[in-house]
Each structure stands twice: as structure tokens, then as C-alpha cells.
Design a protein around this ligand. Structure first.
Ligand SMILES: Cc1cc2nc3c(=O)[nH]c(=O)nc-3n(C[C@H](O)[C@H](O)[C@H](O)COP(=O)(O)OP(=O)(O)OC[C@H]3O[C@@H](n4cnc5c(N)ncnc54)[C@H](O)[C@@H]3O)c2cc1C
Length: 379
């Protein structure tokens, strides 16, 4: 294994997070899947452990840690065994609050980031629209300048935490011209003119994914986040971390699935011996262990570079591309090893396989990762 980037202190944090999540969240994975929702109180419980502000400064209520502390959380959240629960928490911690930390005014940080770290307010990031996903520059939600602020009109879709979020960090067009220039961000509070409708989906069912409509929503000018027309910079600023967080989630999920499947294969008997004693199954598990190991190495390498301040676009993009597809393929193979049981909803692996399907789509699809790599590789 390449040298993991974590110190002894990070490993101690890992042990404590794992114990907490195993006690408090993991036992509810199936129940929340059926309910297609995990309770709001989960945010409060995590905040009570300091887990919603690991990388944020103590002055804002955070733990004063760094991205490696957060990386431990990303990996461990995957071991809850509920992609939806990890997604809801991950959206709050990894994509909704970082722009306020990096670009927010003192007043915005006090008003939104501090309660978000405290688990009192839930955040969402609203970029995707019915007509603009991979092609972010095509977004059409518009913010019109009016006395004292802006009026927002438009629609967002596939927004994680979209129904429950108290505030939505929203991208909107602030100039009539299209393209990358002229996008700005606003912190939109749930209130008059903001409505959300929950979407049903293949996986990540415990998470709240929604379409959000903005109908004549007045946003005061102090809720402009970052520079006017400077929104594209804000989007780009967190992409690397978002993709690393997804890679780390896949690494955690693959490890858990492999452990559980190997245990199943040691116990389940067919033709007079455990499945693991059949060469085909043993070889499949060996392949899967290799794939999980490769995913971990690539991800840790990208993480180490990211933490060292290298701006490792190539490595992060490769880690996102490789891990998401590998995770889905590993889950499918684990399901196969479980036979009919793997197809049953009472087994964790059915959920894991559905959850893993999102990885090659969300946070920049496989095709978009390949496009970025094409450019980086000079093709
Ligand atoms: C469960 C879930 C949660 C999400 N959470 C959020 C969230 O919290 N906030 C948010 O803003 N968004 C969120 N998203 C949106 C997500 O980021 C988008 O779905 C993703 O970026 C893809 O955009 P799209 O769905 O519009 O697909 P499209 O962009 O329409 O792409 C359709 C297909 O075409 C491919 N494609 C597109 N462009 C090219 C190209 N140039 N070359 C080759 N192939 C191409 C894509 O890879 C894809 O396979 C979420 C999505 C899901 C499913």
C-alpha cells in the first residue's frame, strides 16, 4: 500500500467516528431506506460530536482540523451502509458549506456557517437545472437586480437536501449573456416563493433529492455570495474536494462490501463446501480486493497531493473516474456472490449496488472526467 496520508491522530479520530456511526447510524440504514428519509436529528447528533465542522476554524464552531480529518469522515460515512444518509450529510459538509467558508462575509458565516456546523441549519447546493447539468454554463435561473437585492426566478433539480435545507447556496445568472461569465451565487433561505418537490430514485433513497422552484424570490443584497458575476470561480473552487470526497466514499464503501462478502463466502455452503473454497469465487474475491486496493491507492495519492496544495487536477479526476465505476462493478460482483439473497431488499448488498450507480453520474460524470483528462493529457 502506498503510505496513507493519515497520522496517528487521524486514525484515532477514525476509530472514534467509526464507533459512533456504528452505534448511532448504521443500525438504521434499512429503516431509513424504506422511509426514503433520514431524520433531521442526525445533523444535530453529528454536530454534537463535532463532525459537521472538522475542517472549519474553532472561531466558527469548527474543530480546527484540515481536509485529512474530513477525509476520514467521508470514508467512514460510507461504512454506515446507506449511500443516501452519507449523501445528505456529505452535501451539507462537502458542497453546501465550503463556499460560505471560502467566499462568505463575516456576517454570512455567522448567519449560516456557524449554525450549519452546529447542526441547527441544513444546507444544500443548487447548481443543476432541468436544462443544465454537465453543461453548467447553460443554467437559466436568473437573478434580477432590484432595490436592496435581487429577485430570483428559475428551477433547480436533483438537489440533495432540497426539501429539508434551511438555505440553498444557489447559482443564478446575473447578466443576460450566456456562458461562464455572469453567473453569481446567492444564499437563498427557504421562505416565500421557494418550493421543493421530492424526487424518487434508484438509489441513495434515504437522501432527500428535490426539484426546487424559485418564483419571484427576493434575496437581500447581503446574501450575494462571493463576487457579482464571479460564480464560476466559486463552482470551480470546490470541485476538487467534492470529487475527492466521492472517491473517498467509494473507497470506504468498497472496503465494507468486500469484508461483508468475503465473510458471506466463507460461511455460505454450496456443493459441500464454503463458496470461498470454489476457485471461481475465490478468484473473483481476489480481483475485487485488488480493485479496492487500487482505488484506495489512487485516491490517497490524489488526497496527499491535494492536502499538500498541489492542485492535482489530473490525479483527482482520475481518482473520481476510476473509483466510481470500480465501486459499482464491485457492488455488482458482491451481489452476484450473494446469489438470490443479493437480490432481496433485506440484504445490504442490494442497496449498496443501487447506491453505487450514482457515482459515475454525480459530481461530474465519467464522460466529463474523461473530457477533463483529455485536456490535461494534451489530447
Ligand atoms: C442523486 C443525485 C443527487 C444530486 N445532487 C446534486 C446537488 O446536490 N446539487 C446539484 O447542483 N446537482 C446535483 N446533482 C446533479 C448532478 O451533478 C448531475 O446529474 C450531473 O452533473 C449530470 O448532469 P445531468 O443529469 O444534467 O446530465 P447531462 O449533463 O444531461 O448528461 C447526460 C449524459 O450525457 C453525458 N454528457 C454530457 N456532456 C457530454 C460531453 N461533452 N461528452 C460526452 N458525454 C457527455 C453525461 O455524462 C451523461 O451521461 C445530483 C444528481 C443526482 C442523480
Amino acid at each position: 500500500m502506498i503510505q496513507p496520508p493519515f497520522s496517528e491522530e487521524h486514525e484515532e479520530l477514525r476509530a472514534s467516528i467509526r464507533g459512533f456511526l456504528e452505534r448511532e447510524l448504521a443500525p438504521h440504514a434499512q429503516e431509513w431506506e424504506e422511509a426514503e428519509w433520514f431524520p433531521d436529528e442526525v445533523f444535530g447528533k453529528l454536530a454534537g460530536q463535532g463532525l459537521l465542522g472538522l475542517k472549519y476554524p474553532a472561531a466558527l464552531g469548527g474543530q480546527g482540523g484540515d481536509y485529512l480529518h474530513e477525509a476520514v469522515l467521508c470514508e467512514e460515512l460510507a461504512r454506515v451502509g446507506s449511500g443516501g444518509t452519507a449523501a445528505g450529510i456529505g452535501a451539507h459538509v462537502n458542497i453546501a458549506t465550503p463556499p460560505i467558508w471560502k467566499f462568505g462575509t463575516e456576517e454570512q458565516q455567522q448567519r449560516y456557517l456557524v449554525p450549519a456546523i452546529g447542526g441547527e441549519k441544513v444546507g444544500a447546493l443548487g447548481i443543476t437545472e432541468p436544462g443544465a447539468g454537465s453543461d453548467v454554463a447553460a443554467l437559466r435561473t436568473a437573478a434580477e437586480r432590484v432595490d436592496g437585492g435581487y429577485v430570483l426566478r428559475g428551477e433547480k433539480t436533483y438537489i440533495t437536501n432540497g426539501v429539508r435545507a434551511d438555505f440553498i447556496v444557489t447559482a443564478a445568472r446575473t447578466t443576460p449573456e450566456g456562458g461562464h461569465h455572469g453567473i453569481s451565487f446567492f444564499i437563498v433561505e427557504r421562505g416565500e416563493g421557494v418550493s421543493a418537490a421530492k424526487l424518487q430514485k434508484l438509489g441513495w433513497r434515504a437522501s432527500d433529492t428535490a426539484t426546487i422552484a424559485y418564483e419571484e424570490v427576493f434575496v437581500p443584497e447581503q446574501n450575494l455570495l462571493g463576487e457579482l458575476h464571479g460564480g464560476f470561480k466559486l463552482i470551480m473552487a470546490n470541485f476538487q474536494w467534492e470529487r475527492l470526497a466521492m472517491a473517498l466514499g467509494a473507497v470506504g464503501a468498497m472496503a465494507l462490501a468486500w469484508e461483508r462478502t468475503a465473510e458471506f463466502a466463507r460461511e455460505r455452503q454450496a456443493f459441500g463446501r464454503p463458496l470461498a473454497k470454489h476457485q471461481a469465487i475465490r478468484h473473483r474475491l481476489a480481483d475485487l480486493a485488488s480493485s479496492a486496493y487500487a482505488a484506495r491507492c489512487v485516491t490517497y495519492d490524489a488526497l496527499r497531493r491535494f492536502v499538500a496544495g498541489e492542485e492535482p487536477l489530473r490525479e483527482v479526476t482520475m481518482a473520481k473516474l476510476l473509483t466510481q465505476r470500480a465501486s459499482f462493478e464491485l457492488m455488482d460482483a458482491c451481489l452476484q456472490i450473494h446469489g438470490g439473497a443479493g437480490y432481496m431488499r433485506e440484504y445490504w448488498v442490494e442497496r449498496a449496488a443501487r447506491d453505487a450507480r450514482l457515482g459515475p453520474i454525480g459530481g461530474g460524470s465519467d464522460e466529463i472526467m474523461r473530457e477533463i483528462l483529455g485536456r490535461v493529457l494534451g489530447l
